[in-house]
Write a protein that binds this ligand. Structure first.
Ligand code: TYM
Length: 333
């Protein structure tokens, strides 16, 4: 059976190294292995928290440009904007009647994002995982390549799929498999390696953005949190050295290698030697992407063209799926 791959990112800010290593890099691999791929820019998710109205359009295009610059081929993969495929919102409502409040209340991302003032959070933020389940189930995706932080949302999508199938006594939705792969499924903040690298962290020094230039990348790595010890020879010895482990993890992922191999090369060496090597590697990998992204952003009409074609391909799957789902649920047509 051909794999049907679906994954998405939010146009909330610039993409960072975690998004690339934890997700995008795997998207490209799955595409090149011949999967049928749908990659979305989820703008409806992006508005679940305060956002800048006038920046949304370009943020959406920038994410699409990052996909292409990172290796997504719009001829092979359908690259689309979530809001341009009405099925996402429609499916969300249908699934909202299946999703249980108790399960949604357990979602850690909601708790993190809502913070102390849960009662002031919008319904959209609470229902965010249901929209994500809709994104996935709408395409009957078999595999969903994401970073480690999306695991819980994927479990909910699987749960909604099986509850629906049981309630209506059908084999309609497919159970999507999370695809959490590679050396860096959870890239940590460069400032505080107990926190994941994120778009929303206050300090820009905590993350490497795909828009950063070579100097900025080198500076952020130079200042990254580590400790005074040299790198060990064995991975086990990195257990209580979160900052060091994070940099080794990043190196391994960028080099398409693994952490053991990195320690074989750098064991016994000081960070004054390892950090410049990591900076060189990061620049070598990211600079061509940044350049391509900037070129693409110089021709927005072309990006829009690609997204329009992607939407047609996405709708060809999504529209009949909505019709079928509504028929199963007994709606008038
Ligand atoms: P988003 O936009 O926060 O992140 C996009 C992707 O990047 C991964 N990621 C990371 N991976 C490793 N280390 C990190 N520090 C790191 N930070 C982020 C995320 O796991 C994700 O794969 N809810 C999703 C968007 C979404 C979606 C979907 C994903 C909406 N619908 C359907 C898959 C399928 C999100 O917020 O991603």
């Amino acid at each position: 059976m051909t794999k049907r791959i679906l994954s998405c990112m939010q146009p909330t800010s610039h993409l960072h190294l975690g998004n690339y290593l934890g997700a995008l890099k795997n998207w490209v691999r799955l595409q090149d292995e011949g999967g049928e791929c749908f990659y979305g820019v989820v703008d409806l998710h992006a508005i679940t928290q305060p956002y800048e109205r006038d920046g949304l359009l370009d943020a959406t295009r920038e994410i699409a440009a990052a996909y292409i610059a990172g290796g997504v081929d719009p001829d092979k993969s359908a690259l689309f904007v979530q809001s341009s495929v009405p099925g996402h919102s429609q499916m969300m409502w249908l699934l909202a009647t299946i999703a249980q409040m108790g399960k949604l209340e357990r979602m850690t991302q909601f708790k993190d994002k809502a913070g102390k003032h849960k009662e002031r959070a919008g319904l959209g933020l609470f229902a965010y995982p249901v929209l994500m389940a809709a994104d996935i189930l709408l395409y009957r995706a078999t595999h969903v390549p994401v970073g480690d932080d999306q695991k819980q949302h994927l479990e909910l999508a699987r749960d909604i799929a099986s509850t629906f199938n049981t309630r209506y006594n059908v084999a309609h939705f497919i159970q999507p498999e999370p695809y959490i792969m590679g050396a860096a499924t959870r890239v940590m903040s460069l400032r505080d390696a107990t926190q994941k690298m994120s778009k929303s962290a206050e300090s820009d020094m905590s993350r490497i953005n795909l828009t950063d230039d070579a100097d900025m990348i080198a500076k952020k790595i130079r200042k990254a949190q580590t400790d005074p010890e040299p790198l060990p020879y064995a991975l086990k010895e990195l257990e209580n050295r979160a900052g060091a482990l994070n940099l080794v993890t990043i190196y391994a992922a960028l080099a398409d290698s693994d952490k053991e191999a990195v320690l074989k090369e750098f064991g016994g060496k000081a960070f004054s030697e390892f950090k410049p090597a990591l900076a060189d590697l990061a620049v070598a990998r990211l600079a061509p992407m940044t350049k391509r992204m900037n070129e693409l952003m110089g021709d927005k009409a072309e990006i829009d063209n690609i997204l329009r074609k992607g939407a047609v391909r996405a709708r060809a799957v999504a529209d009949p799926m909505i019709a079928e789902t509504m028929e199963i649920m007994g709606f008038w047509k």
